[in-house]
Ligand binder design. Sequence first.
Ligand code: GCO
Length: 441
Amino acid sequence: MQFQRSDFPEDFLFGVATSSYQIEGHGFGGAGRTHWDDFAATPGNVVRAEHGARACDHYHRYEEDLDLVQAAGFDCYRFSTSWARVMPDGKTPNQEGLDFYDRLTDAMLERGIKPCATLYHWELPSPLADLGGWRNGDIAKWFGDYTETIMGRVGDRMYSVAPINEPWCVAWLSHFLGHHAPGLRDIRAATRAMHHVLLAHGTAIQTMRGLGMSNLGGVFNLEWASPADDSPEAAEKAALYDSIYNRWFLGGVFNGEYPANVLAGVEQHMPQGWQDDFATITAPVDWCGLNYYTRKLIKPDNTPWPSLDEAEGPLPKTFMDWEIYPDGLYKFLKRTKEDYTGDLPLFVTENGMAAPDKLTNGACEDPDRIAFLSAHAAQIQKAIAQGVPVGGYYMWSLLDNYEWALGYEKRFGLVHVDFETLERTPKSSYHALKGALRALT
Ligand code: GCO
């Protein structure tokens, strides 16, 4: 690694992230069916129709996995709780599920790891999907009830909590582009989901305040949009991409407004009285999390609004075919502070890359990942040097895992997982991080 702990402020936190459906093994512990199980069972949606029933079997192997988090020297473990494990029908508590998160929390604390929870990382219980899922405005209340149930059990031991992982993915990716569950391609459904996901976020924040909790935040995925050429049309399309992807969600939560260039097209689909919801959506948070992976080049095409066409970029790419653009992380940290969050601490809550990693003689060399993390860490240092209050850097991901519609072949882990034997093997990036994060003596 080209950085070490001492290059960052003294209280800067290093962490590693995972999510429930991607690693736990949803078939265990009495969890209920989710819309991801339904999506994956529909041919054509997911590579080889792979699903999360067993995944990394973290449900049974969490102690071994947390040993790895601890041994690397991470301060924080960003994990998620599954709504369908806690409430299989979306509404009724499942003791087995609550007990699991209780054990998991204590196992982190026993190892000196700070528990950083996310309450929704995409596994909507199928019975709630039957009721319209994110299209139904009642979801904010259902989500508030779920928040109360899970945080009523483990909230006293959380270091930090964010309600929703990546609202853009919950709404646009899943209801307009149709790439994630529930796989809809419907502008009205997408619009409602874009609003309801933020209403659910605010409702959960208020619920947790009611439980006396603090250190609550929001986690947003941001993608830098660059025009593919110098034309005004490309600039306009890139601005639209930026608004749909980034500004809608940050603007809603931090400024209580949606960008005009998106609202102009979707206002007709908004639920009645949507403006009144900003009182809840803007419930004050204590920090803001940014998930950052790549940028997009947006073409000046004539596709009907709001379709957006991407051009092939010239930069080196990861196994996801995503351009490696560390500058974007710096730009977002700076811009988020300037336009949305002011002095609020920012956290890079996800950053990492997929590679076709293989075991050779029991070892897994991933020099590209070491270079990727080093380059992004340098951009965080640059932002800090310029006065942006960045409080931590969390890598995606601890383990190779279920990469949603792309199944198990896109390996993001610092630790290699053999999906036949479930054996874990730390990659060279894990060892390099362990060296970089060694406590200063
Ligand atoms: C995401 C998700 C993860 C993905 C990762 C790589 O935040 O998009 O949190 O579930 O696996 O981002 O695509």
